[in-house]
Design a protein around this ligand. Structure first.
Ligand code: GTR
Length: 336
């Protein structure tokens, strides 16, 4: 009897031991898992002192702070991880965890983004930001999921205008026949062709030498990019037609995000959203510097007081949009 009791006790204790040990292992494994440092990578095309990159660093800092140093997002500026289009591809496959890009190259992966970057769509930056922060903007971020991205937030990119190395451009007709570099996106090719110029899609990093060697006659961009890339040194005619406002976006790889806990995903989403106002401030400061330097360099800056001829030339692009995207455009325009 006694012997049996001892045996039962031994069996019970062993079972309990295994259970506790197992549980303990699992528990400490789980805790260790939660404590395990996570390092993620973010690709950025601009240099470290550019406003979007500063926004990226701010985002990374917030994530680090809010996870007590557990999650590090390493920012790789200056296209170290590649040009925007191949980087987006790598984000899609989870080889790069995040990127900050213009929505133009992204529209090749999620064509509904065309509706967010149509020429002369927004009345001004304020209007654009109202849209981006509204449910419309949030729906756009969510719409990236089927393409395997997680849309996290928006950055400012001002208005894009044409510049070239040949002559002063005052009207769309002056652009006729010029080879104009565009981002690698159909919408930008169509826009430049609609103006009677010859659209030449190419990666951002090739534009400077393209201008210098005459492979292209011009390109289009905002003050900060025209300045930071030194394009203003090789293409001195800048026409302020402000044809597009193209939002910048921070996206994550859905594959990378799915590996994180729900809490970590939430921290990342909030940190990106909380970086937007900081980036806008950086943008405003840098625009002033860029404009000042370019004017001081003696570039020919052509103001466009009445842009109706430019708008008219690009109007057919609206008619070419799908009925669904035309509806989205209507909703965007209705935002007051
Ligand atoms: C800049 C934008 C970049 C890149 C570039 C381009 O304004 O910030 O992300 O898209 O334009 O023209 O390729």
């Amino acid at each position: 009897m006694k012997k049996n009791l001892v045996l039962v006790l031994i069996v019970l204790l062993t079972a309990a031991g295994t259970l506790f040990a197992g549980g303990g292992q699992e528990g400490s494994g789980g805790a260790a898992e939660a404590q395990k440092p996570i390092v993620l990578r973010l690709a950025e095309t601009h240099a470290a002192d550019y406003p979007t990159t500063k926004g990226d660093f701010y985002f990374a800092d917030l994530v680090k702070e809010r996870t007590n140093g557990r999650i590090t997002i390493e920012v790789y500026p200056s296209s170290q991880l590649g040009e925007e289009k191949p980087v987006i591809e790598q984000v899609q496959f989870g080889a790069i965890d995040f990127t900050r890009v213009s929505i133009s190259p992204l529209s090749a992966f999620s064509p509904n983004f065309d509706a967010l970057q149509m020429p002369y769509l927004y009345r001004n930056a304020e209007h654009m930001w109202k849209v981006l922060k509204s449910d419309i903007g949030k729906e756009f971020l969510e719409s990236l999921e089927p393409a395997n991205f997680v849309g996290l937030g928006w950055f400012e990119s001002g208005a894009r205008s044409f510049y070239n190395s040949k002559r002063e451009v005052k009207t769309p007709a002056d652009l006729k026949g010029m080879k104009i570099r565009v981002q690698q996106a159909d919408i930008m090719v169509n826009m430049v062709n609609a103006l009677g110029a010859v659209a030449t899609p190419m990666p951002f990093g090739e534009v400077y030498s393209g201008l210098q060697t005459g492979v292209i006659d011009g390109a289009e961009n905002n003050w900060p990019s025209y300045y930071s890339t030194s394009h203003y040194e090789v293409a001195k005619y800048y026409t302020l037609d402000a044809h597009t406002r193209v939002p910048e976006i921070i996206i994550a790889s859905k594959i990378s995000m799915d590996k994180l806990s729900a809490e970590d995903q939430e921290i990342i989403r909030e940190a990106a959203w909380d970086s937007m106002d900081y980036q806008r401030q950086q943008w405003a400061d840098y625009v002033k510097v860029a404009e000042e330097k370019i004017r001081a360099a003696g570039n020919v800056i052509t103001e466009i007081k009445d842009n109706s001829a430019w708008q008219a030339a690009m109007q057919p692009m609206y008619n070419a949009l799908s009925p669904e995207l035309q509806e989205v455009v209507k909703k965007i325009r209705a935002v007051k």
